[in-house]
Design a protein around this ligand. Structure first.
Ligand code: 0O2
Length: 215
C-alpha cells in the first residue's frame, strides 16, 4: 500500500481512521447521555422529550466535498481543525419546547462544552430549513488519556424532520430533474411555516391537557 499510494498518504489515512474511531466513541458517549436524560424525564414527568435519535458518521465522500467547498487542504490536520460534524447525532423531539429542554439538560453536564451553536428554528434558512445545531466537545478516554472530541447534534421536531427529509430529496433532484425542483420548491418552502404553525398549536393543546391533569 505504501508503494501504491505513498507513505504520506498511508499516514493520512491512518490518522483519518483514528479521527473516525474517536468520533464514533464521541457519538456513543453523547448518545448515552441523551438516552439517560430521556428516561429520567419519562420517569419524573411522564413524558418522553425524544421521539427517536439517529446517529451517523459523515461519509468520506461528503467530507471531501465539504473540504473542497471550503477551499481546505485534504489532510487529517485540516479535518481536525475545521470540520466539526464528522460525528453527528440527530435528535427528533415530540414538541418544540423539547428541543430547547434537551439542549439545556445536555449543556448543563460538567463534561460537555458547547463550541458552536446555530439556531435555525429562531432564524430559519432561506430554504425554510428549521433545526437547532449545536457542536459540543466531549471527553473520550483512550489508553493515553482523554481526547476532547467534537460531536454535532441536530435537534428538531418530528414535523421539522419530516420537512427536511422531503426538501433534501428535492435538492438531490437539482441535477437530474430541474423541472421537478421548479414545480415543488416554493410549495415545500411554504410547508415549513405551515408545519411550524400546526406544531405550535398542538404544543399549546398538549400543555393545556397536562395542566388539566395536575389540577
Ligand atoms: P451530511 O453530513 O451529509 O448530513 P459548517 O458545518 O457550519 O461549517 P455547513 O455544513 O454549511 O457548515 O453547516 P449547516 O448548513 O449549518 O448544516 C449542514 C447540515 O444541516 C446539512 O448536512 C443538513 O443535514 C442540514 N441542512 C442545512 N441546510 C439545510 C436545508 O436547507 N435543507 C435540508 N434538508 N437540510 C439542511 P449536509 O451538508 O447535507 O451533510
Amino acid at each position: 500500500i505504501k508503494r501504491a499510494i505513498g507513505t504520506d498518504n498511508v499516514k493520512q489515512l491512518q490518522e483519518l481512521g483514528i479521527i473516525y474511531q474517536l468520533g464514533q466513541s464521541g457519538v456513543n458517549e453523547v448518545g448515552t447521555k441523551l438516552e439517560n436524560l430521556d428516561t429520567e424525564f419519562q420517569i419524573k414527568h411522564d413524558h418522553n422529550p425524544i421521539h427517536h435519535m439517529e446517529e451517523r458518521m459523515k461519509d468520506v465522500q461528503s467530507l471531501f466535498k465539504k473540504l473542497k467547498r471550503k477551499n481546505l487542504e485534504l489532510s487529517a490536520q485540516s479535518v481536525r481543525d475545521n470540520i466539526y460534524d464528522i460525528a453527528g447525532i440527530r435528535v427528533i423531539t415530540n414538541y418544540l419546547d423539547d428541543v430547547y429542554q434537551i439542549e439545556r439538560m445536555l449543556l448543563q453536564q460538567s463534561d460537555i462544552t458547547l463550541t458552536r451553536r446555530k439556531d435555525y428554528i429562531r432564524h430559519p434558512k432561506e430554504s425554510g430549513y428549521r433545526s437547532l445545531h449545536v457542536v459540543v466537545s466531549v471527553p473520550v478516554y483512550q489508553s493515553d488519556g482523554a481526547h476532547d472530541i467534537p460531536v454535532e447534534i441536530q435537534i428538531r421536531t418530528v414535523g421539522m424532520d419530516m420537512w427536511a427529509s422531503l426538501e433534501h430529496k428535492l435538492r438531490y433532484k437539482t441535477d437530474t430533474n430541474p423541472e421537478l425542483v421548479d414545480k415543488y420548491a416554493d410549495q415545500i418552502k411554504g410547508f415549513s411555516d405551515e408545519i411550524t404553525s400546526i406544531e405550535e398549536r398542538m404544543q399549546t393543546i398538549y400543555q393545556d391537557l397536562n395542566d388539566a391533569d395536575t389540577k
